[in-house]
Design a protein around this ligand. Sequence first.
Ligand code: G4P
Length: 527
Amino acid sequence: MKYQNEIQRRRTFAIISHPDAGKTTLTEKFLLFGGAIQVAGAVKSNKIKKHATSDFMEIERQRGISVATSVMSFEYESSLINLLDTPGHKDFAEDTYRTLTAVDSVILVVDSVNGVEEQTRRLMQVCRMRKTPVIVFINKMDRDGKNRFDLLEEIEKELSISLHPMTWPINSGKDFKGVYDLHNKGLRLFTPNTKATDEDTISVSDLSAGILDEKLGQKDADILREDVELVEGVYGSLEKEMYLSGEVAPVFFGSAINNFGVKEMLDTFIRIAPTPRSRETSTRFLNVHEDKFSGFIFKIHANLDPKHRDRIAFLRVCSGKFERNKYFHHVRLDKDVRFSNPYSFLAREKSVVEDAYPGDVVGLFDTGNFKIGDTLTEGEDFFFTGIPSFSPEIFKEVVNKDPMKTKQLEKGLLQLTDEGVAQLFTQFGGNKKIIGCVGELQFEVIQYRLLHEYGASVQFNTLPFYKACWLTSEDSKKMEDFARFKQANIAEDKDGHMVYLAQSEWFLNTERNNNPDITFHFTSEIH
Ligand code: G4P
């Protein structure tokens, strides 16, 4: 347990939300508290606005911003917080899912007016799969939102998670008066457009006290008394273990733009959020306190300068100590590698880092050695499990428009798919290359980058598939027969795994029913 103190003080997490719920605003407030930025407005939203689909400059700008804000590390109280950014745009959802494999917990922002939205559902599905501890921040209480009880019920039902309110709001919209802190028994009063100060917090250990009527008016004071009685009766007290196992999510109400309710959440976060956790690997359970270093690559970012092909690989440290210039074992390539200029992201400045500990994220310059999911160790052979590839939703055939550039195209396709921009499939018995993505925008990014970075010009032909399922079976003969009969729908992924491309749910169900000896998987763990 050589590094216990370092591990104990680290918290690595992501803020997730449907676009526009307030993720960027909340991130900014956290950074202000952490002293990592001094003024509001310093964090650029990394969302692609609606019309950007055909605006390549916007894509480039987006890439620039997302490199800069990929990881934000800051100190708060005596904790070291690593906040990992996730792209808001749904076409980049897969990138977000992978980032979620590198965090130990998340804060989910829900817009009090819109409630649970499409991206909220998808993101929470991934969190549930991984049993990630979640804290919920219900934002925009300064707007007329849904009834608070209805909203909690909606979140519980739609996201299949139990909630535990930590604060309770007094009205919303223009009548929003603040929150009652159920845990510390205090009233925090809200005045729009002013910074909440400590004077606005009044300790109210006895809710029947007259001070409540004085501060809120009798009507609202009575409603609060009733609400609190109900809430305490329904939700009881928070069991930390239930939070840590991802079953119960503590909930805070507030308004990020007004910096209201944010500090309470941050204080609770550093108190209860998990420290870097132990992880499963392909051969054994890895304890975070082991002395020997290990880590994995969860994100790869291309260099912004297209003339330089080098990339930045983001390494999450899982055990031991990462050191600059020390040789580590690259498990997949079975070779030793070292890094002379690894960098960290403390206080939003990229700076060369000498060492890093579990929970930290290190940026490594890469000339093509890494792909997502790669593991580095001090010699042991294993890889981290649970880094899935999800089925794409749009499939297109790659048509080479310039046969003179075939080599460049193949290299470009391999490198871009190593980065996780898209998935590449090769049709069975032929060599038709099929790209699968979650969103249309990614095809434009690929087309643009193939041309500008590799000189390869391509066109895409849409294919009539809606899902890719990875196939496994105990009976290899049955698999072979199936592949032969369904040749037009069978492809290999980049790692040589067999995939069935389904035209529709109906076809998929029919094949599943007709082939009980074959299992159809909707995610593939990389490797
Ligand atoms: P995102 O990263 O989740 O996409 O959301 P972001 O923080 O960019 O917030 C989306 C919009 O919601 C922004 O307004 C932001 O100012 C607003 N917002 C955030 N928190 C609150 C809040 O507590 N109350 C209210 N009323 N609004 C809030 P915008 O007009 O889209 O952008 P901007 O021009 O203000 O930057």
